[in-house]
Design a protein around this ligand. Structure first.
Ligand SMILES: NC(=O)c1ccc[n+]([C@@H]2O[C@H](COP(=O)([O-])OP(=O)(O)OC[C@H]3O[C@@H](n4cnc5c(N)ncnc54)[C@H](O)[C@@H]3O)[C@@H](O)[C@H]2O)c1
Length: 361
């Protein structure tokens, strides 16, 4: 039987999730929920029912099997908690919460014996991006040798309208900023590829937007150390025209045009080879008479299959609910990425290197 799914939040990303639900053969879109009146029109276009609140939806229709929560960051925990408490499985957009305490509280709620059947998937959908899947396959195959270091970029320019109401939560320090909105994706991918980050240092970029009304950070240069001993640097900035970011490089977001050039956003350095992403070029001395800088490098290109990560993520959510798969990104995974983001912010505020507390759960 099809899973009955609702989407909560009809802003930028909610309708994209709704379209995935409509295209999945095992799911049915039963409602769109958002207090803004124009969401009713969006619901009509998606040929589904409209409700202004989760409470109104729960009173009006039989309990849905699952919900996708696409509301602003500071509402993720209260909205998800309300749904989980009603027995609805939840896929919550990233970041899992806006602060660690209420994120931990939600995990504790799920650990209660009466709630262990409930599933909470965190929407770090890039774990399903074909470029990330290929990168993980290459890293895990050992073909780069022992991973030594990584270097990453997430740099682009967000227009003024992105920060205009109702999206003004994106410029407030408590709910927005490039660190929890964008960097959190890359942190999750770095965790997925290389294991946990245990130490960070961060320097703020020069602000380009007026403050007020912009309170939140626009960018930072980071150094990171992973538990494995891998070290990394990362530059994040949303105030510079640049093709060096995940969206422009992979074309995964229909609102951000894919760049035709090979502008890379990750470089991974191993003892036997290095890999740049998304041009997927592996550089080595394979086939040369010796390994060393006096030899020409060998370039090998990997193909990446086309796929829509949101569709793959939803298919995975269905499998999880039906007991056929383990969560690819659990609440704990989501919180781990958030903990690193909070450490980055602490490093930005204090100018100090921050050690991460891994005993939070
Ligand atoms: N995975 C991704 O690539 C990706 C991309 C963009 C946004 N996001 C995340 O998705 C979430 C939403 O982002 P957005 O850009 O769509 O935001 P948005 O501001 O465009 O839309 C949010 C919508 O939620 C509604 N809303 C607020 N409180 C609500 C509540 N209690 N119940 C129901 N609806 C409520 C608002 O009215 C608004 O229409 C954010 O957490 C963001 O970080 C993820």
């Amino acid at each position: 039987m099809d899973l009955r799914v609702v989407v909560v939040g009809a802003g930028l990303i909610g309708p994209r999730h709704a379209k995935s639900i409509l295209s999945n053969p095992h799911t049915e879109l039963v409602a769109l929920i958002d207090p803004l009146p124009n969401a009713a029109t969006t619901a009509q276009q998606l040929q589904t029912s409209y409700y202004p609140t989760v409470e109104a939806m729960l009173q009006a229709i039989p309990k849905p099997d699952a919900a996708i929560v696409c509301t602003p960051n500071h509402t993720h925990v209260p909205v998800s908690r309300e749904l989980l408490a009603s027995g609805v499985h939840v896929l919550v957009e990233k970041p899992v919460s806006d602060n660690i305490d209420n994120g931990v509280e939600m995990l504790r709620f799920l650990q209660r014996p009466e709630n262990t059947h409930l599933k909470l998937l965190v929407g770090h959908h890039r774990r399903f991006n074909p470029y990330v899947l290929k990168t993980k396959e290459i890293v895990d195959s050992g073909s780069l040798g022992r991973i030594i270091a990584i270097n990453g970029l997430w740099t682009l320019f967000k227009p003024d309208e992105y920060f205009a109401p109702p999206g003004d939560w994106r410029r407030a320090q408590s709910s927005g900023g490039v660190v929890p909105i964008n960097l959190v994706h890359d942190i999750d991918i770095l965790h997925y590829l290389f294991g946990p980050i245990v130490r960070v240092h961060a320097e703020k970029t020069l602000p380009q937007r007026p403050s007020p009304p912009h309170e939140a950070e626009e960018g930072a240069a980071l150094t990171m150390r992973f538990a494995s001993g891998v070290v990394g640097t990362f530059l994040v900035c949303d105030a510079t025209p640049s093709p060096h970011n995940f969206e422009t490089g992979t074309g995964e977001n229909p609102l951000i045009p894919k760049c035709s050039s090979d502008a890379d956003f990750y470089r991974i350095f191993g003892s036997d080879a290095s890999l740049s992403v998304p041009d997927m070029t592996r550089w080595s001395y394979d086939g040369r008479s010796s390994k060393g800088w006096n030899q020409p490098l060998t370039a090998e290109k990997f193909d990446v299959e086309e796929a829509t990560p949101f569709d793959l993520q939803l298919a995975h959510f269905v499998d999880v609910i039906q007991g056929e798969a383990e969560l690819s990104c659990s609440g704990e995974d989501g919180l781990r990425a958030l903990i690193v983001c909070q450490a980055v912010r602490k490093a930005l505020d204090t100018g100090e290197t921050v050690e991460l507390d891994s005993n939070i759960f």
